[in-house]
Design a protein around this ligand. Sequence first.
Ligand code: C5P
Length: 239
Amino acid sequence: MEKRKEITKGKAKSVYATDDPSKLVLLFRNDTSAFDGQKIDQLDRKGMVNNRFNAFIMGKLEQAGIPTHQEKLLSDQESLVKRLDMIPVECVVRNISTGSLCRRLGVEEGLNLNPPLFEFFLKNDALHDPMINDYHILSFRWATQEEIDQMKALTFKVNDILSKLFKDAGLLLVDYKLEFGRYNGKIVLGDEFTPDGCRLWDAETRKKMDKDRFRQGLGGVVEAYEEVALRLGVPGIGA
Ligand code: C5P
């Protein structure tokens, strides 16, 4: 496999073409950003930690029957993935109230959400990722009803698998965002699953172990990601 030219550069990852048109290389950079790119920084080791973390989680999801784009780890900061036709929506599931949910609805932080909440957002930084519903997706033909149903079902299945995985590591999976795409007519999980795109709290102390440490200027961002990775047993992290 040969890495070719850069196709897109996101806020924390770059995407490269390869000599195989059905495969891409994802480069996890040390760049970190919040508030639609208004707050940015470079954090040592973040690219490596997130690349390994993501490969580990994607592997667990595949084992549990979720189709993902992950093919293999290529290096500390690179992974080989399937090239998906991405659907421009973000699928968010929330188990505990926090973040934009509390700001939008004025609800208290830390409430257990039973059943868990599902929300769609349009992937559009310039518009600050507005919340949308199924009808927007259908009317603008971003996805079909069948694809919407599959994205929801897969996102909830991920919740069952990962809530248990994190619980066994003494962590609460508070909420997370997933992105899907099409591959050979099938809906497949793309993008990443790392502490950049989810919220994880220590189950005992409720200490934040995710990107909220960066958003809220709490410090120890990569150290918290590494601790989560160590607790999960992600290969190649820590001593
Ligand atoms: O900000 P909000 O509370 O809506 O975020 C819900 C979840 O989705 C959080 O885990 C957050 O990290 C993730 N998210 C994301 N990328 C976005 C928006 C939210 O990863 N653009």
